[in-house]
Design a protein around this ligand. Structure first.
Ligand SMILES: *[C@@H]1O[C@H](CO)[C@@H](O)[C@H](O)[C@H]1NC(C)=O
Ligand SMILES: *[C@@H]1O[C@H](CO)[C@@H](O)[C@H](O)[C@H]1NC(C)=O
Ligand SMILES: *[C@@H]1O[C@H](CO)[C@@H](O)[C@H](O)[C@H]1NC(C)=O
Ligand SMILES: *[C@@H]1O[C@H](CO)[C@@H](O)[C@H](O)[C@H]1NC(C)=O
Ligand SMILES: *[C@@H]1O[C@H](CO)[C@@H](O)[C@H](O)[C@H]1NC(C)=O
Length: 513
């Protein structure tokens, strides 16, 4: 070898070593990181769960004083993350895609750890739950890190009327990270805000009527309201197990579906509903519904009235939706325009549909059962909670808000004739509305702007997926929702994922501090 070749080889080695150093020192980009990005970095040794948790805890301490998205952080989160890191380095076995991934939990879902579960209220502070909620057991088994409790509208906005969305005595007023948006919406407000503002990777919300879908569209994130029963509701501060569901919130459909796959399934403590709905879970999970060509051949109905009611012709939003429809057609979707749901005005009126009558009675029954089941608690019944509010008028803003819904619920007396008739009415409206429409037009799904038809979908226990659709001229987010019959979750995922991939709407919020 000549000396010039030597020098050349040395130089080459030098350059190669610099290059490999510089790639291995490229800092991990936390903002908008997906679960897939994170798992890749875990596997490449560029990041571990402890670092990820510390990053999010830092972000929370910086941004939460403004956002009020998090009520409590888990004092064990860093320990749990180190354990996950250790397990990754020693275990040869296949780890779950949620292994080492931080998840924020809405404050009405029981965690049997140092975190309190309070539905945003001081009345439940210090109560001790008997065990983890069904979905939390599944998260822990998968190796997910419980990062903390998300703020929410107190008592799922079932205390009174006219209470500010995203407000609770324990969490304060949640703020939308997009400064020009009106509100974070509710009731899963903190779950949406935290994901939108990159305070966590993914979060859990709960939804009966609008509680995941509205915060999702308002904060420009993905929200999945699964078919009732697909996810267990055991260990959840309830309103009505007949209609309520727990679902994921995330920045991308893929992340939301990764979380969904972990939390679905049978739970002996919510046996009837989870057994009935377990037939809707695909054998290989929902992951395989994440198909780029998921819109191909799908028949999607445009609930036109809902679009024109919300956004006038010629507005940025209306024009954006038209462009999205065109994109969907180009991706092979068959859009059926100008369809109408029979009795939609009645279904959108929670008094006329029977929703209110049924929920008032169901709330008292199910809340009392939840409170009785606690190991210990300052309150043991709805009557106790009402008394607590009266005794704490300042924290509970009693002068401003009162508790008219609680009082109405307290006066109910179980499921009698009126409630049974209301339930029959809701079932009939859903049959003549969604079920007949979908069958007559052979639809896979219907779509509407934002979460505008949530009442209509709520009374049938129908699944909804909401995804970002755009930003108005002031920069406030808006969204689109896809809904279908019970059990159509896999189809909705195909549609919403392909829509997301074809439109790529989401932009992170501006720097807040
Ligand atoms: C995580 O990575 C950091 C930086 O490489 C390292 O200092 C730390 O020990 C790691 N933690 C665990 C639990 O592996
Ligand atoms: C739970 O509430 C108690 C007050 O009852 C408080 O001392 C504790 O710090 C709370 N837990 C967390 C994790 O914040
Ligand atoms: C954008 O939407 C927000 C509501 O989220 C509203 O307050 C604002 O007026 C809208 N701006 C425009 C230009 O339409
Ligand atoms: C579950 O279903 C059985 C059989 O239909 C019924 O007897 C029972 O009351 C149900 N349990 C609940 C909690 O709804
Ligand atoms: C909703 O229905 C109730 C009872 O049927 C009726 O009194 C009320 O006017 C309706 N509200 C609207 C906005 O139509």
């Amino acid at each position: 070898m000549t000396s010039s070749t030597h020098i050349f080889l040395l130089l080459l080695l030098f350059v190669v070593s610099i290059c490999s150093k510089s790639t291995s020192f490229t800092p991990f980009k936390f903002e908008e990181a997906t679960i897939a990005d994170i798992q890749l970095a875990f596997n490449n040794g560029k990041l571990n769960s402890s670092q990820l948790v510390m990053h999010y805890l830092d972000q929370i301490s910086t941004l939460n004083p403004y956002l009020n998205a998090v009520i409590e952080v888990n004092p064990d989160a860093i320990d749990d993350a180190s354990k996950a890191d250790l397990q990754r380095s020693t275990d040869g076995m296949q780890l779950s895609p949620l292994h080492g991934i931080p998840v924020l939990i809405k404050d009405n879902i029981n965690t049997h750890d140092k975190l309190n579960t309070t539905s945003g209220s001081f009345a439940l502070l210090g109560s001790i739950v008997s065990q983890d909620a069904g979905v939390i057991q599944r998260l822990r088994k998968a190796g997910a890190i419980i990062l903390g409790k998300a703020s929410m509208s107190e008592w799922d906005n079932f205390r009174s009327l006219g209470v500010k969305q995203g407000w609770s005595p324990r969490g304060g007023q949640g703020r939308n990270p997009y400064p020009t948006a009106d509100s974070p919406c509710g009731t899963s407000s903190g779950s949406a805000i935290a994901v939108a503002a990159n305070l966590v990777t993914v979060s859990l919300g709960t939804d009966l009527d609008n509680a995941i879908t509205c915060p999702a569209v308002m904060n420009s994130v993905v929200g999945i309201k699964p078919t009732v029963g697909l996810t267990s509701r055991s260990g959840m501060v309830p309103i009505s197990p007949r209609l309520q569901t727990i679902g994921p919130m995330a920045r991308t459909m893929a992340d939301a579906v990764t979380l969904l796959d972990v939390i679905v399934g049978f739970d002996p403590l919510d046996a009837n509903a989870t057994k009935e709905a377990s037939r809707f879970i695909p054998i290989d999970g929902f992951q395989k519904s994440l198909k780029e060509d998921g819109l191909e051949g799908k028949r999607v109905g445009i609930l036109r009235h809902s679009f024109s009611n919300e956004y006038p012709k010629g507005s940025v939003e209306a024009n954006t939706f038209e462009a999205h429809f065109q994109t969907m057609r180009l991706k092979g979707a068959i859009l059926i325009d100008n369809i109408e749901l029979k009795n939609v005005k009645i279904m959108q009126n929670i008094t006329a549909s029977g929703e209110v009558v049924a929920l008032l009675a169901e709330f008292k029954l199910s809340l009392n059962a939840y409170l009785k089941d606690l190991v210990s608690s300052p309150v043991r019944s709805l009557a106790d909670v009402i008394a607590f509010n009266n005794q704490h008028p300042i924290e509970e803003r009693m002068k401003e808000y009162g508790q008219i819904v609680f009082l109405a619920s307290q006066q109910t007396n179980g499921i009698g004739e009126a409630e049974k008739n209301a339930m029959k009415r809701m079932a009939q409206l859903s049959k003549e509305g969604m079920e007949d429409l979908i069958q007559e037009k052979s639809l896979d799904a219907v779509m509407f702007p934002d979460s505008s038809l949530s009442h209509t979908m709520a009374i049938g226990g129908f699944p909804i997926i909401s995804v970002p659709a755009g930003y108005n001229n002031s920069g406030a987010p808006f969204g689109i929702s896809f809904a279908g019959l019970r059990g159509s979750d896999a189809t909705l995922i195909e549609i919403a994922y392909a829509f997301e991939q074809a439109t790529k709407v989401r932009k992170p919020p501006p720097q807040l501090v």
